[in-house]
Design a binder for this molecule. Structure first.
Ligand SMILES: C[S@@+](CC[C@H](N)C(=O)[O-])C[C@H]1O[C@@H](n2cnc3c(N)ncnc32)[C@H](O)[C@@H]1O
Ligand code: SF4
Length: 275
């Protein structure tokens, strides 16, 4: 298994495919693999930190492997920002939490047990909220990651207001397009929502967060879905190997900085995936 991918400005280390949840939306195959620390160190040594100054740690659930994260943090220069993608049900160990250049990117798919727990498929909303307050008390930088699905797209603006009122300490909110593989593919009929359905609500949510000065980004969606005023918050993909473009994209001047589409979604060949 390839466990590290380096890009121009960021690298991704896949720590483990172990997970304590089995989310309905999960695009990740889960199992019992965890990267060996010596292999991880070898991979980290190959990274040009002067160019790639953000390291993502993902899984599975990375906080099942706090000891491994501690070892990895000790092998990474302090100037590198380490972003750990987590389902928010488990906390970092005290020494991981104390790391100076750490951001924890927590999946939060709704502002109530009804919406978050439906997407996740387990009763974890209250635990995630408790952990968010714990992280805030410990002054850890937090990103909220909100994958847009049939379960939550009507309430994107409500979610933005929820973050403002209940989680005003977060560093930023990322709204994310769906990748349809693994569990997400199994559950595609219940989770998929067409972009034309959710975009008006997404614009409102972005406008709201910008008005209250909470930084916001959009991940996994193509630039041409958006008015130019939103371009600064619509990010290019960090998973370039999953990126795909349609024939219509071939002459597009924005292609070089566009996240495009997930290759897996294109291969499904669902016309409703795109419009
Ligand atoms: C597979 S998860 C692994 C990390 C961690 N277990 C978690 O759930 O946040 C990596 C990222 O994918 C996001 N994600 C979950 N389902 C997704 C989907 N179907 N398409 C795109 N991203 C998804 C999560 O919000 C998370 O930020
Ligand atoms: S999305 Fe994350 S928490 Fe949910 S099953 Fe997949 S890896 Fe686990």
């Amino acid at each position: 298994m390839t466990d590290i991918v380096a890009h121009a400005q960021s690298s991704i280390l896949f720590l483990t495919d172990r997970c304590n949840l089995r989310c309905r939306t999960c695009p990740q195959m889960t199992g019992n693999y965890t990267v060996n620390i010596d292999d991880a160190r070898d991979s980290l040594r190959k990274i040009q930190w002067s160019e790639s100054n953000v390291l993502y740690l993902t899984g599975g659930e990375p906080f099942l492997e706090n000891g491994l994260i501690e070892e990895i943090l000790s092998a990474v220069p302090n100037s590198v920002e380490v972003r750990v993608l987590s389902n928010g049900t488990l906390l970092p160990s005290p020494s991981v939490m104390a790391h100076k250049n750490l951001k924890i990117c927590i999946s939060l798919f709704g502002c109530s047990s009804a919406s978050h727990d439906t997407a996740v498929g387990s009763q974890v909303f209250t635990k995630v909220m408790d952990n968010l307050y714990d992280l805030a008390r410990n002054k850890v930088s937090i990103e909220i990651r909100h994958v847009i699905t049939e379960f939550n797209y009507r309430d994107l603006r409500v979610f933005a207001e929820f973050v403002f009122r209940n989680l005003p300490f977060v560093s930023n909110v990322a709204f994310m397009g769906l990748e349809i593989v693994e569990n997400a593919l199994i559950n595609v009929q219940s989770i998929w929502v067409r972009p034309q359905e959710f975009l008006p609500m997404l614009f409102e949510a972005i406008d709201f967060l910008q008005a209250v000065a909470i930084p916001v980004q959009v991940l996994n969606l193509p630039l041409c879905y958006f008015d130019e005023k939103y371009y600064p918050v619509v990010m290019d993909s960090i998973t370039g190997w999953k990126k795909w473009f349609l024939d219509e994209c071939s002459d597009c001047a924005l292609k070089l900085r566009c996240a495009g589409f997930f290759r897996s979604n294109c291969e499904l060949n669902l016309s409703e995936v795109f419009k």
